[in-house]
Write a protein that binds this ligand. Structure first.
Ligand code: NAP
Length: 536
C-alpha cells in the first residue's frame, strides 16, 4: 500500500493541474487514471470533427506564463488531436508522468474515521492511503450506455462518440448512422458526410447551433495575444463565464431592433458559444430570449435548402441556450448533400437492430457503422461509479440519492478531506471549465497550506454551509430560464435521475467571490478537525 498526502482520481486537465499545484506546495501526490493514457475527455472523444468550442487561447492552462508563451495554437478552436498534444506536452514539460498511475480504475474510497484518511482500492486490488482525496473525474466522462433491442445481432460496427477508437475509422463507401444531435453528433456530421457513401442522422431533439467561426491563428494574432496574455487571463477570470467577454449590460429588449440584430449578427460571426452572452439577459428573460431564439432560427433556416428538412432541423420547443447549444462547422449545410438524410425518431422511432442495420417504425435501414452520439450521464455519472464511503459508512450514492449536495460544489458534509473539481454546485459546464478547475485547485492549495500551518488534519463542509449553498445554487437557477427545459443540466438525460439543477449559474466571477470570502473568514462553512481529537 502506498501512502500519499493527496490522491487525485483522473488524469485529465484538472487532475494534471492539481498534481502540479499540490506537488508544488510540497505534498506527495499521486494521480490514478483508469485509461492507459492521460487526457481525460480529450483522450476519449476522438471522433472526427471533435474540437473545443472555447477559444484555445482561453481553453489552456494559465498557471505558467512560460508555457503560455511557448505553446503555439494553430487554430482559434483547437482540434482534439492538438489539445491532446498540448496536454501531453504539459505532462512532459512539468514532469508529471512519474506520479500518474495509468490503467488504474478506482473501485472504492473509504474514510478511516480514526485517522480521517482515505483508503483507496483499485479494481485490480491495489491500495493507497491518502490524507486528501481529489475527484477530478470530469462532468462528461461516463458515457450514457444507450442500446436498442437486438443489438447483438448487428453484424456491422458500433462506436460510441466518447469511446472512439484510436485508429482511424474508414468511412469511405460506408453507410453510416449517427444517433444523437448534441455537440458530438453536430460536430461529426459534416466530416463523416464528406467521407461516407451515405449518412443517416437520427434526431430526437433539434439543436440550436452557432457557427464556430474557426480560423488559423496568424503569427500576428499569436504575438498580440501573448503580449497581453496576463491581462487576457484576468479578463477571463472576471467575465461571467470565463470566456473573456462580458455581455452588453442592457436587456436585449431595451435595444432598438436594428441595433439588436446588428449585435446578434456580429456575435453570430465571431463569438461561437459566446453568442448566448450578446445581451445580459438572454438566459434570464423570456422576451429577450425570444429575440435571440428567433435570430438563431432564421440563421439556421438560411442554411437549409429543403423546406421540410428546415422545419425538422430548427428547434422550436425550448428557449435558446437552455440546453447547451452546439458550435458547428457546417452542420446544417451537410443536410443539403444528396448522401445525407435526417430521420426524426419522434415520427419514426428506432425499434431495434437487424443483422444489417436498424429498424425504424417505417423501414429497415442498412448500415455498416452505427455511431451512438447519445452523450453522457452528466455531472454525477463518474463521481458515483466508485463506492465512496464517508462518516458512518455513508456512501456518496446514498448522500446524493435525491441529487448532488455540496458546499461550493467542492466539499461534502460527512466526507471530510474529499474534494470535487468542477463538480455539481460549481460553475463547471456553464463556464470555461478549464478556467473553473484552475480557480478551485488554487483555492484548495491555499486551504491545504492553511491546514498544514495550523496543524489541521481534516476539513469538512458543515451541514449548514452545505444546506445554504444548495439553496443559493437553486435560487440562482430559479432566476434563469434553464429550468424551463429538460436538459442534462437538470439530470433529464438519464431516466430515473433526480431532477436537480446541477451547475452553479451565478458565473465564475460571482463564484470566486464566494471562494475568496470563505477563505478570508478562515474557511467559514468548513469545520476543521485534528485526527487525535476525533479519535478520542
Ligand atoms: P448530448 O449533448 O447529451 O447529446 C446527446 C444526443 O443524443 C441528443 O441529441 C439526445 O437527444 C440524443 N439521445 C440521447 N439518448 C438517446 C436515445 N436513447 N435515442 C436517441 N437519441 C438519444 O451529448 P454530446 O453531443 O456528447 O455532448 C455532450 C456535451 O459534451 C456537450 O453539451 C458539450 O458540453 C460537450 N461537448 C463539447 C464539445 C465541444 O467542446 N465542442 C464537443 C462535444 C461535446 P435528446 O436531446 O432528445 O435527449
Amino acid at each position: 500500500m502506498r501512502t500519499v498526502d493527496v490522491l487525485i482520481v483522473g488524469a485529465g486537465f484538472a487532475g494534471l493541474r492539481a498534481l502540479h499545484t499540490f506537488r508544488g506546495i510540497g505534498l506527495d501526490t499521486v494521480v490514478l487514471e483508469a485509461d492507459d493514457a492521460i487526457g481525460g475527455v480529450w483522450n476519449f472523444n476522438r471522433y472526427p470533427g471533435a474540437r473545443c468550442d472555447v477559444e484555445s487561447f482561453d481553453y489552456s492552462y494559465r498557471f505558467s506564463p512560460e508555457l503560455e508563451q511557448e505553446w503555439r495554437w494553430t487554430e482559434r478552436y483547437a482540434t482534439q488531436p492538438e489539445i491532446l498534444k498540448y496536454i501531453n506536452h504539459v505532462a512532459d514539460r512539468f514532469d508529471l508522468r512519474r506520479d500518474v498511475e495509468l490503467n488504474t480504475r478506482v473501485q472504492t474510497a473509504t474514510l478511516d474515521e480514526n485517522s480521517l484518511r482515505w483508503r483507496v482500492t483499485s479494481t485490480d486490488g491495489r491500495e493507497w492511503e491518502a490524507e486528501r482525496l481529489i475527484l477530478a473525474v470530469g462532468q462528461l466522462s461516463a458515457p450514457k450506455n444507450t442500446t436498442y433491442p437486438d443489438q447483438d445481432q448487428f453484424e456491422g460496427r458500433i462506436i460510441h462518440s466518447s469511446r472512439w477508437p484510436r485508429e482511424e475509422v474508414d468511412f469511405a463507401g460506408k453507410r453510416v448512422a449517427i444517433i444523437g444531435t448534441g455537440s458530438s453528433g453536430v460536430q461529426m456530421t459534416p466530416v463523416i458526410a464528406e467521407q461516407a457513401a451515405h449518412l443517416t442522422v437520427f434526431q430526437r431533439t433539434a439543436n440550436y447551433s452557432i457557427p464556430a467561426a474557426n480560423s488559423p491563428v496568424s503569427d500576428e494574432e499569436d504575438r498580440a495575444v501573448k503580449a497581453r496574455y496576463r491581462e487576457r487571463r484576468e479578463a477571463a477570470r472576471n467575465s461571467p463565464s470565463g470566456l473573456g467577454f462580458t455581455p452588453d449590460s442592457r436587456s436585449a429588449i431595451e435595444v432598438p431592433e436594428d441595433e439588436r440584430n446588428a449585435a446578434f449578427e456580429a456575435a453570430w460571426n465571431r463569438l461561437g458559444f459566446g453568442f448566448a452572452l450578446t445581451f445580459k439577459d438572454i438566459l434570464l428573460n423570456q422576451e429577450s430570449n425570444d429575440t435571440a431564439s428567433a435570430f438563431v432560427r432564421s440563421k439556421i433556416a438560411e442554411q437549409i435548402v429543403d423546406p421540410a428538412l428546415r422545419k425538422k432541423l430548427i428547434p422550436q420547443d425550448f428557449p435558446f441556450g437552455t440546453r447547451r447549444p452546439s458550435v458547428d462547422s457546417g452542420y446544417f449545410k451537410a443536410f443539403n448533400r444528396p448522401n445525407v438524410e435526417l430521420v426524426d425518431i419522434n415520427e419514426t422511432p428506432i425499434t431495434g437492430f437487424t443483422r444489417s442495420g436498424l429498424r425504424t417504425a417505417d423501414a429497415e435501414r442498412v448500415f455498416d457503422i452505427v455511431i451512438y452520439a447519445t452523450g453522457f450521464d452528466a455531472f454525477t455519472g463518474s463521481l458515483l461509479k466508485p463506492v465512496i464511503s464517508g462518516r458512518g459508512g455513508m456512501t456518496l450514492q446514498a448522500k446524493w440519492a435525491a441529487g448532488p449536495v455540496s458546499f461550493l460544489g467542492m466539499a461534502v458534509n460527512a466526507f471530510p478531506n474529499m474534494f470535487i473539481i468542477v463538480g455539481p454546485g460549481s460553475p463547471s459546464l456553464l463556464s470555461n471549465v478549464l478556467l473553473s478547475s484552475e480557480e478551485q485547485i488554487d483555492w484548495l492549495a491555499d486551504l491545504f497550506a492553511y491546514c498544514r500551518d495550523n496543524r489541521i488534519d481534516a476539513v469538512e463542509a458543515t451541514a449548514e454551509a452545505e444546506r445554504d449553498w444548495v439553496a443559493h445554487v437553486n435560487e440562482r437557477a430559479e432566476e434563469t430560464l434553464y429550468l424551463k427545459t429538460p436538459s442534462y443540466y437538470l439530470g433529464a438525460e438519464m431516466p430515473g435521475k433526480p431532477r436537480v439543477f446541477m451547475p452553479y449559474s451565478g458565473g465564475v466571477r460571482g463564484y470566486r467571490r464566494f471562494l475568496e470570502d470563505t477563505a478570508a473568514k478562515g474557511y467559514a462553512g468548513m469545520s476543521m478537525h485534528r485526527a487525535e481529537a476525533t479519535a478520542a
